[in-house]
Design a binder for this molecule. Sequence first.
Ligand code: PEP
Ligand code: MG
Length: 569
Amino acid sequence: MRKHIKGIDASPGVAIGKVFLYKEVEVVLSEVKVTDTKAEVERLLNGQKETRIQLEAIREKTRQKLGNEKASIFDGHITLLEDEDLVEEVKLKIEDEKKSAELALNEGIEEYCEMISNLDDEYLRERVADLRDISKRWINNILEIDIIDLGNLPANTVILARDLTPSDTAQMDLENVQGFVTEIGGKTAHSAIMARSLEVPAVVGTKEILSFVNTGDEIIVDALSGDVIIHPTAEDVEVYTAKRQNFIDEKIELAKLKDKEAFTTDGHRVDLWANIGGAKDVDGVLKNGADGIGLYRTEFLFMDNDRLPTEDEQFEAYKIVVERLAGKPVTIRTMDIGGDKALPYMKLPHEENPFLGYRALRVCLDRKDMFKTQLRALLRASAFGYLKIMFPMVINLEEVRASKELLEECKAELRVEGVKFDEEIKIGIMIETPATAFRAKHFAEEVDFFSIGTNDLTQYTLAVDRGNEVISKLYDTYNPAVLEAIRQAIEGAHAAGITISMCGEFAGDETATELLLGLGLDAFSMSASSIPKIKKNLINMSYAKSKELANEAMELRTADEIKTKVMRG
Ligand code: PEP
Ligand code: MG
């Protein structure tokens, strides 16, 4: 029966396809003593055989998509899978201790991981994550649990999940995934941000949708309005096919503005920059005519790995982006791990309040070696174009000074080593805590630029978790307190003579463009796909009139009054 569910529009577009339910099954390791040990060993070996077949298939797919070098990682996995000492150890646990195959394997692998973690061999230590990955797959195969591979789904798939991590999103095979729907999350959750940069239609925060759907059900996702229809009628399909076509046509129209500069009708120029999560997003940046990159979220480089990326690996990842932007600014943010971005191999402590906890600069200043590796890689890449460094989650000047000091140490080391870098490299901070917004002028005197992170600034000003759909109505950047923080940040920056951009999602919100222009924002940074739309708005606006609008709006008392005002103009 047709069912209509409302969610939050997180990434624009319309998807029409078939549901794929993405649910991880809970794995239970049986502790019941086995009687037929021969049969149990057989289960172990069958699981191993199946795992080998799967790993070979992944290796082949990786070879076709990414080449031999990346594919060879899976040769290493297959070698680990077939380690004879390990298999013998596990067999003994089954035969002597009468353990189930899955329990024996889990214990065997954990003991093995423990042993190599303590060795003085970095290469072997780094194999721990590989081993755990293999163990998970192998145990699933023993238990005959289907392993979900988001990179290998049928055509016209719409993924439905409770939530998707950024790495789930990164794994998706975009040729076949039409869109996705999640039960939790809001517009600024990182899965939503990833969806926008990949231009995949997405609706989030649909609460209990998973209990109404099954894999294979027909579905329509209208991510322009946040509507999801399960078992649509023939009429629905007709209406939404037309809506999807309209959306595509409009995109083609907007693409014609690609090379036009963003001057207002009275000649005021603003910069339109893109937010990216990695080098693979650069095609979209160039295609949409961005003036530069206002936010490169480097943490995805750390998250898509099973160990910390080395200085050389980071250097390559930054250099390629800087080179492709050919002299346009590339603002690279130092790693912002923590909050909703976990890094399993770093074993960060479990926290009750991760968004208020051990996150971003707090981790970096605590783990200086790791931070310096990133800073050195950034400096080295700065020799290849226009690279700016930005620090996230700042709350006090000591953090800024300590970070700058470490940067100076890195510069001194590179000079001694004779390695080139940009001696004039620009350093900025994100304004994403009220602590920095209120004291903007003082921070502005010690850095070269600011960028307002409204995603966090909103949650920290209002004490509203940005990813919690239960209170998503309260998460509102139009709340006058958040706008006041934005206004103070802009005034503080300009009082000290530095530029200020915005890289939070509010910068790509069409309804806010005139207000932000009027408040004096110098640059807007957003998902590349939003740039043409915002550019179209800006080139039809008067800077003088936007100032009047901003002055009037800031006198109003409630978010709704301000929204009504900005929407009417
Ligand atoms: C922000 O907080 O607005 C921001 C851009 O950073 P992130 O979304 O990565 O926390
Ligand atoms: Mg942030």
